[in-house]
Write a protein that binds this ligand. Structure first.
Ligand code: NAD
Ligand code: IPM
Ligand code: MN
Length: 333
């Protein structure tokens, strides 16, 4: 017998504008999704300064128990701080959130092009992000290991295939650099091809440099991209331009049985505390949870339609503060 349970969401605002955009997203999600239960938790640089860890064990437990989280952003220093680990990287690793789904589509008025509709699937646990850096040569050489495993490559490919079947998408582009890195990127590429063999989906491949050119020159030609961690990080920021910029770029870190939605942007210290951060990326990230994790396509669609209406109907004074944008989206739901 199917037992219908209310969706649960662990909310982690984090640092900087995370504290502003996440409450906005929670307001919209609770209005759009009946019976959504909210559990609050902490992570980030502020948490590290307070308790000495960026992600307390209770936060990981809360996300696991809810099965879904919404995270704002973290501020990370770009020098090494003893004992500190970026909260988002720690959560991706600890919760084994191995796929990072980053859809980019054209939105009315804010997108520089009308016909972009792609999903970037970024491997989220390995590559250069394993963080294995070390000194050699008495401190004159710094080495970073880039790890690619068959297991992680096969499972990201499998997740991509399931997503494409579910969303009725037909063309996959594998982005890699196997001409220079034949072992690591060759393994990634071959693993993806193995999973897609006979699936009835067109599979093409592009070297990452040409993919970057195409992302600038012909973004509408992409359907779904699957790639390794750092290439996905870089390409998804570039792609975000076509969706109206970082203020609209949503993402979903997705593992088996647990997911963490998160706007692609960071803590934006230059505008934090001013009440001008765009909450749409956080709101659309919440819609990704509704669609992919809770299976609430209608709820996700309602949120996205309300965002589109706001972009079409509101003009500039109404679109310049976090609060005004949130009110307009709530009114359009
Ligand atoms: P950022 O994304 O915070 O900001 C880049 C630029 O975009 C800034 O000018 C900012 O004002 C603007 N911007 C970002 N989000 C916006 C929004 N919602 N509305 C309006 N403008 C917005 O990137 P950054 O400045 O390179 O990094 C700042 C800090 O955030 C760093 O400590 C970095 O490590 C961290 N960061 C965290 C995440 C994350 O938590 N997932 C992602 C990227 C960067
Ligand atoms: C992102 C961010 C993170 C990343 C940073 C904050 C560690 O840029 O989510 O894209 O590099 O993955
Ligand atoms: Mn990034």
């Amino acid at each position: 017998m199917n037992r219908i349970t209310a969706p649960q969401l662990c909310v982690i605002p984090g640092d900087g504008i995370g504290q502003e955009v996440i409450p906005a997203a929670v307001a919209v999600l609770t209005a759009a999704i009946p019976h959504l239960q909210i559990v609050m938790a902490e992570a980030g640089w502020g948490t590290f300064e307070k308790v000495g860890v960026s992600v307390p064990e209770e936060t990981l437990t809360a996300v696991r128990e809810c099965g879904a989280g919404l995270f704002g952003a973290v501020s990370s220093p770009s020098h090494k701080v003893a004992g500190y680990r970026s909260a988002i990287l720690a959560m991706r690793q600890e919760l084994d959130l191995y796929a990072n789904i980053r859809p980019v589509q054209s939105w009315p008025r804010v997108s520089p092009r009308l016909d972009v509709d792609m999903i970037i699937v970024r491997e989220n646990t390995e590559g250069l992000y394993v963080g294995r850096e070390r000194w050699e040569d008495g401190g004159d050489t710094a080495v970073a290991e880039r790890l690619i495993t068959r297991r992680a490559s096969l499972r990201i490919a499998q997740k991509t295939l399931e997503l494409m079947q579910r969303q009725n998408r037909h063309k996959l582009t594998i982005v890699h650099k196997a001409n220079v890195l034949p072992l690591t990127d060759g393994l990634f590429r071959d693993s993806v091809r193995e999973v897609f063999a006979g699936a009835g989906i067109t599979v093409e491949e592009l070297l990452v440099d040409v993919a970057a050119l195409k992302m600038v020159a012909a973004p509408e030609s992409f359907d779904v991209i699957v790639t390794t961690n750092l290439f996905g990080d870089i390409l998804s920021d570039a792609a975000a331009h076509w969706g109206g910029g970082l203020g609209l770029a949503a993402s979903l870190n997705w593992g088996d049985g647990v997911a963490l939605a998160e706007p692609v942007h960071g803590s934006a210290p230059d505008i934090a505390g001013k009440g001008v951060a765009n909450p749409i990326a956080a709101i659309l990230s919440g819609a990704l949870l509704a669609r992919y994790v809770w299976g609430l396509e209608e709820g996700a669609g309602r949120v996205e339609t309300a965002v589109a209406r706001t972009l079409v109907h509101e003009t500039y004074p109404q679109l310049t503060t976090t609060q005004a944008i949130t009110h307009s989206i709530l009114a359009s739901l």
